[in-house]
Design a protein around this ligand. Structure first.
Ligand code: SF4
Ligand code: SF4
Length: 486
């Protein structure tokens, strides 16, 4: 067990709450379901974030990202590029930046972790890191008008991983809604991952500054930084740092229960709001960002810098010194795995993401993107999974499901391809947390089955929409001028 977690006495914390900073509140209730997991973060959380900011190999920037955004290249093969230069943009003008200076070597199909080959810009690093002229000068957010703050956030191309959207799109959606609460996710309850924890210790000023920027945009909203109870040091540091009265920000301690970090679970725990879809949070007046996004906001607004780096937890039992790394977006996973940490044995499996929600990488030659948070190098013993056996109807998956679903039943409906009942049984509200598979004593991959069901239904909906659009187009094409006049 994580020594910090073991030492941390929740009851003692509650009884000593008066000793905590006035900005800290302790929340005893929690969301329904979920699982108590072993955090397994002790190795990485005690080490400071290391830089891996001078990648040797080419940088790869996919023109379709993990969240389905597509970009058009603004550069051609042979062009010289600079760090912080826009090399591609979406139809709405949202940017993709180069994280190094160098030459565009190719624009070609490259493998990614989330999809088969994707058209990508490949940049050869010249290691000079010459920076493109910044359109914005460094400024305190206090001096900037609201419009300029929004412009700077849009120009930085920040993507919020919890909602899988550009922050600019979230802010536009938030504008129309009455935002009453800004929740900042510092819970990080998936085992092994510790990037947010380290950021709260090492970059506290920027986190608070980023939150202050948001509270300037939404002056009526209260900002709540949610930190799980297995991170007492982060609670202390952030609690001391925040001036509750002046900042309208407070720290709230939530239980270290998986998946407490999920936006819907944070809303349920802190605000008692039961929302069934992340995309509905804004219409409920709730804006949720991660601590990394708060830092990106601070950098974008006060320094005029775009998003071109991320923090990746490199961990697993194949490394002697697992650690968090600050990495340039576009760096190869293979390069980081070979150069970060000290390998003590060959990895049988490399997992991108945490041990519960991550996916096994078949080929490590894929780029690190804005959505990469963790890479696990697992040995044969730790990756070994027991054979799946028959469901014993124990109901553990039902008790663990934070969305109140019956995963074993949904799995059955997927096998029967009974999509109608799958939908009416709430299958589409699954948040893909994997808690059901994690607790299953029969080692059934129930969560993956439910996810497959969702994918099938979405594909069928897309096909239906496409067929309807084609029928409509055909009907228009077939109509004669006489018919149109009538
Ligand atoms: S993966 Fe889906 S079905 Fe399984 S516990 Fe999570 S929300 Fe429930
Ligand atoms: S936890 Fe596993 S064995 Fe138990 S009911 Fe769910 S699917 Fe069946």
């Amino acid at each position: 067990m994580n020594p910090i977690h073991k030492r941390f006495n929740y009851q003692a914390l509650i009884s000593n709450v008066r000793d905590l900073a006035s900005s800290v509140t302790v929340r005893v209730p929690t969301f329904r379901g979920g699982v108590q997991v072993r955090p397994d973060k002790e190795k990485t959380q005690e080490m400071t974030i290391a830089d891996y900011m001078d990648p040797k190999e080419d940088l790869v920037y996919p023109l379709t990202d993990a969240y389905g955004n597509t970009f058009t290249a603004l550069v051609a093969v042979g062009d010289k590029v600079q760090r912080d230069q826009i090399i591609a943009e979406t139809e709405e003008g949202l940017p993709l930046y180069s994280s190094v200076s160098g030459t565009v070597k190719d624009i070609a199909m490259k493998l990614t972790a989330y999809a088969d080959k994707v058209r990508s810009i490949i940049v050869e690093n010249d290691h000079a890191y010459t920076t493109a002229d910044r359109p914005f000068t460094p400024e305190s957010y206090k001096e900037l008008p609201e419009e300029e703050i929004r412009l700077r956030i849009r120009a930085a191309g920040i993507i919020e991983p919890t909602s899988k959207m550009f922050l600019d799109q979230m802010l536009q959606g938030a504008e129309a809604s009455q935002i009453h609460t800004v929740l900042i996710d510092g819970a990080e309850t998936e085992p092994e991952m510790s990037a947010a924890y380290r950021l709260m210790l090492e970059d506290s000023w920027r986190i608070v500054n980023g939150i202050r920027v948001l509270t300037k945009l939404f002056p009526k909203a209260e900002a709540v930084l949610c930190i799980a109870d297995d991170k007492p040091k982060a609670i202390e540091v952030m609690g001391d740092y925040i001036d509750h009265e002046a900042d309208h920000i407070r720290v709230e301690i939530v239980r270290c229960k998986y998946p407490q970090h999920h936006p819907l679970m944070l809303a349920e725990t802190v605000l008692h709001e039961e929302v069934s879809d992340v995309s509905d949070l804004l219409s409920h007046g709730i804006l949720i960002i991660s601590v990394d996004t708060a830092i990106a906001i601070s950098r974008a607004v006060t320094q005029g810098r775009p998003l071109q780096r991320c923090i990746v937890t490199l961990s697993g039992d194949c490394l002697e010194s697992p650690r968090n790394y600050r990495v340039r977006i576009g760096t190869s996973v293979k390069e980081l795995v070979e150069n970060g940490g000290v390998p003590v044995r060959e990895a049988a499996k490399v997992i991108l993401g945490g041990p519960i929600t991550g996916t096994v990488l078949q080929d490590l030659d894929v780029p690190i993107t804005k959505s990469t948070a963790c890479i696990l190098l697992m040995s044969e013993e730790s990756a070994h999974q027991m054979e799946e056996s028959h469901c014993i109807r124990c109901g553990r998956c039902v008790a663990a499901c934070p969305m109140g679903l019956a995963p074993y039943f949904l799995e059955k409906l997927v096998t029967k391809r009974d999509w109608k009942r799958f939908e009416s049984s709430g299958g589409m509200t699954c948040i893909e947390c994997g808690a059901c598979s994690f607790v299953c004593p029969a080692r059934r991959k129930v969560g993956i089955s439910v996810m497959k069901g969702k994918t099938m239904i979405n594909e069928r909906r897309d096909l239906k929409l496409r067929a309807e659009a084609e029928r409509y187009a055909e009907a228009r094409f077939d109509s004669t001028p006489e018919e149109d006049e009538r």
